[in-house]
Design a protein. Structure first.
Length: 116
């Protein structure tokens, strides 16, 4: 079974027990890394300033202004600032505590406990 290191609504980071690679699934992208490659990938995105790239690419025709080369001359990853923030959070691989206050209680949604 895969060991999930991190997860967001649009992605997850996990280790495959068979190949021992770290896989990053984000939207329709899938990256597979050794530990060293993954740490480099983490560092690249941790330092990335989305506002800067959106400003310098403001005049490009693409709707997503953060353009990230992914190692092939004919392919790039394109992100908007919200997607970049989510990817950065995903790559931190920190388990986030769930705040119970974010959920509605049974009483708040109008269900009587024990009623069928």
């Amino acid at each position: 079974m895969d060991k999930v290191l991190s997860q967001t609504p649009n992605g997850r980071v996990f280790i495959c027990p068979n190949c021992e690679k770290i896989h990053v699934e984000f939207h329709n992208f899938l990256f597979s890394f050794t530990k060293e490659e993954f740490h480099y990938f983490q560092q690249c995105f941790a330092r990335m300033d989305g506002c800067y790239y959106e400003a310098i690419n403001a005049d490009v025709v693409y709707s997503r202004k953060i353009i990230v080369p992914i190692g092939h001359k004919n392919a790039s990853m394109m992100l908007n600032s919200l997607e970049l923030k989510e990817l950065q959070q995903l790559l931190k691989c920190q388990k986030r505590k769930v705040d119970a206050g974010l959920f509605l209680s049974v009483k708040e949604i109008g269900i009587q406990p024990g009623a069928n």
